[in-house]
Ligand binder design. Structure first.
Ligand SMILES: Cc1cc2nc3c(=O)[nH]c(=O)nc-3n(C[C@H](O)[C@H](O)[C@H](O)COP(=O)(O)O)c2cc1C
Length: 193
């Protein structure tokens, strides 16, 4: 597996003084723009805040309690919105897929530039809509925190450190990848490395 993928994780212990350059955040958002898009519809839109700018402050203001402790330590917050299209069932369904793909590409581009990126559903979409004048057909779906890991984890608030230290796990490959029949494992062994 590529190390950008195997090394990725959703951290919270960001260095609250680290910043992201305009060049880097432009590249990260552009990576989202170039994600695959159903029917070339391109339903995804981004609202980009850099720490200390008004957009960042407004995005911090819509975080839910579980995220308000750590996410403001991000160097950038990007709100990723999709487009709802009730008149076109496929465009409506795949708008959310496009959004997920854009977020995944942004996460990996952020990793490639030395950042960590953490997706969040924990924000108030109604408040976000009001804050930024988001049109009715656009739906804020994911808020992405982009930050730099604190060099010294012992300097982190205990609550953040404890959450970052929790072990990560996934269902075994045999329980999620099938061949021949639903439930029949596609692979006899997990991949090496
Ligand atoms: C759509 C989505 C929404 C998420 N929302 C939050 C959130 O609001 N707060 C949070 O701390 N993590 C959130 N996460 C991150 C997950 O908790 C995290 O990906 C999961 O625990 C697996 O950990 P890993 O990313 O380190 O592999 C979200 C992830 C996704 C994909």
């Amino acid at each position: 597996m590529h190390e950008l993928i195997s090394g990725r994780w959703s951290a919270r212990g960001y260095d609250p003084s680290a910043t992201v350059s305009v060049e880097d955040i432009t590249t990260i958002v552009d990576a989202g723009r170039w994600a695959p898009t159903w029917g070339r519809v391109q339903p995804v839109r981004f609202i980009v805040g850099l720490r200390d700018d008004p957009t960042f402050a407004a995005l911090c203001g819509v975080l839910t309690r579980g995220n308000s402790g750590w996410a403001p330590r991000s160097a950038a917050l990007v709100l990723v919105c999709t487009t709802d299209d009730p008149d076109d069932a496929k465009a409506d369904t795949y708008g959310a897929v496009d959004c997920g793909l854009a977020v995944a590409q942004m996460i990996l581009q952020a990793e490639a530039l030395g950042f960590n990126a953490h997706p969040m559903a924990g924000f108030d979409p109604v408040a976000a809509r009001d804050s930024f004048g988001i049109p009715a057909d656009k739906r804020p779906l994911v808020l992405l925190g982009i930050g730099v890991l604190a060099a010294d984890p012992t300097s982190l608030p205990e609550e953040i450190r404890a959450r970052d230290e929790k072990p990560r796990s996934r269902l075994p490959l045999g329980e999620v990848a099938f061949a021949g029949h639903w439930g029949r494992a596609a692979f006899s062994e997990p991949p090496k490395g």
